[in-house]
Design a protein around this ligand. Structure first.
Ligand SMILES: Cc1cc2nc3c(=O)[nH]c(=O)nc-3n(C[C@H](O)[C@H](O)[C@H](O)COP(=O)(O)O)c2cc1C
Length: 149
């Protein structure tokens, strides 16, 4: 099974920490959507999209990458870090739903956030993702992505 993760992690590298933890344990190719705009990813069996959340959305570069490059009929999963630790993947699915993806699941955890006024109070989610978040992400990958594919 060949897996790639398309990602953008521009605020504090929070999301990159999460996908690095997964890539350290499993064979996964990481593709930075802020620098790679077009790529043939049709040889991958499973495609992950990972992003910090900005204004309640996945990073624009990840959305653009998906709308340009997403092949049809692939297994897909999502990884997010955010201030609120909510699942924002439903909005992102709209970008790719015309490619008939099979959604495996979504992982979310808190990420350190110093956006706007939060900077004045030292930020929120300090220290996240922490060791437990990274362990949970690896478990998610094992349980949700490896087992289902
Ligand atoms: C411009 C901006 C907008 C953000 N908007 C949201 C938001 O709408 N909801 C939320 O929960 N977190 C929001 N955050 C917090 C980030 O999602 C969080 O810090 C995330 O971990 C950043 O990931 P990264 O370091 O991988 O880029 C925002 C951060 C920035 C810089």
């Amino acid at each position: 099974m060949k897996t790639c993760i398309i990602y953008a992690s521009t605020h504090h590298g929070n999301t990159k920490k999460v996908i690095d933890a997964i890539a350290n344990e499993f064979e996964v190719d990481l593709i930075d959507a802020t620098s790679v705009k077009e790529k043939d990813i049709s040889s991958y069996d499973v495609i992950g999209y990972a992003s910090g959340i900005y204004a309640a959305q996945f990073h624009q570069a990840v959305q653009n990458f998906a709308s340009v490059n997403m092949p049809r009929d692939k297994k897909v999963f999502f990884i997010m870090t955010s201030a609120t630790n909510k699942d924002f993947s439903k909005g992102f699915v709209k970008t790719i739903e015309n490619r008939n993806p099979a959604i495996l699941g979504a992982f979310t955890c808190k990420g350190y956030n110093t956006f706007g006024p939060f900077k004045l109070i030292g930020g929120t989610g300090k220290g996240h993702p922490d060791e437990t978040d990274l362990k949970d992400a690896v478990e998610f990958y094992k349980r949700t992505v490896l087992k289902e594919s």
